[in-house]
Design a protein around this ligand. Structure first.
Ligand code: PEP
Length: 254
């Protein structure tokens, strides 16, 4: 049975102390909520990672991730953080290919393929994001865009490597906008992604892949989205900054 995940993406929010107090509340609130096959992941700014890992000790259900990692192993890349450095503080996940990285930092599928390789080589689990713009959806290009993001970003991996990924479908028009994809729209793309994985690898790999939905997911719409056959949880931006909302989304599986 594939893993169900609710992952928070704090983006560039919260100072050090604010992050620690939000996280302590979350750990406390989710400890009785997340069930057997379910995992809660918090993807924080780099400055919080080490402390969150320490605070999460003893809570098997909460894991910590970064929001980006460089493609090189190490070197003269002022201001960047490597996958090995992230791993060394005990984080286990890293978001790659978030649309904000693609849009504001020019991250291409080709670059993201290298970042994925480096993250996997350092034993991090990428949460690899894909999704179309509003313009692409309106031009009915969303299936092609998703297919090329998969083909160019992650389909160079062999089946064993691919099995270590989590995918996140995040329609860009739904991120931070308050407009959520309907459960039918989200399910349609998730089923398409799973079919593409089955075609590239095989049905058992497709069936085992966790595919998250992201884009204005809030307590009110989480249950309906998570009830869809191919939606295995959520990548949560704004609502992950409020412990009650985030916990209510975690509870949406129950
Ligand atoms: C995100 O940035 O990954 C995201 C899903 O944001 P929001 O939930 O705020 O739309």
């Amino acid at each position: 049975m594939r893993k169900k995940i609710v992952a928070g993406n704090w983006k560039m929010n919260l100072d050090y102390n604010e992050g620690l107090s939000l996280f302590s509340e979350v750990v406390n609130m989710v400890k009785d909520e997340a069930t057997g096959t379910q995992e809660v992941v918090v993807c924080s700014p780099f400055i919080h990672l080490h402390s969150l890992v320490q605070l999460a000790k003893g809570s098997a259900k909460v894991s910590i991730g970064a929001q980006n990692a460089h493609q090189a192993e190490s070197g003269a890349y002022t201001g960047e953080v490597s996958a090995r450095q992230i791993k060394s503080v005990g984080a286990t996940y890293v978001i790659l290919g978030h649309s904000e990285r693609r849009q504001y930092f020019g991250e291409s599928n080709e670059l993201l393929a290298k970042k994925t390789d480096t993250a996997l080589a350092n034993d991090l689990k990428p949460i690899f994001c894909i999704g179309e713009t509003l313009q692409e959806r309106e031009a009915n290009q969303h299936f092609d865009i998703i297919k090329s993001q998969l083909t160019e970003g992650v389909f160079h991996l062999d089946a064993t490597q691919f099995a270590r990924l989590v995918l996140a479908y995040e329609p860009i028009w739904a991120i931070g906008t308050g407009v959520t994809a309907s459960s039918d729209q989200a399910q349609e793309i998730h089923a398409f992604i799973r079919k593409e994985i089955a075609t590239k690898y095989d049905q058992s790999v497709a069936d085992a892949t966790t595919i998250l939905y992201g884009g204005s997911c809030i307590p009110k719409n989480a249950s309906e989205l998570f009830a869809c056959a191919d939606i295995d949880g959520g990548l949560i931006g704004g609502a992950s900054l409020k412990s009650r909302d985030f916990t209510d989304i975690v509870k949406a599986f129950n």
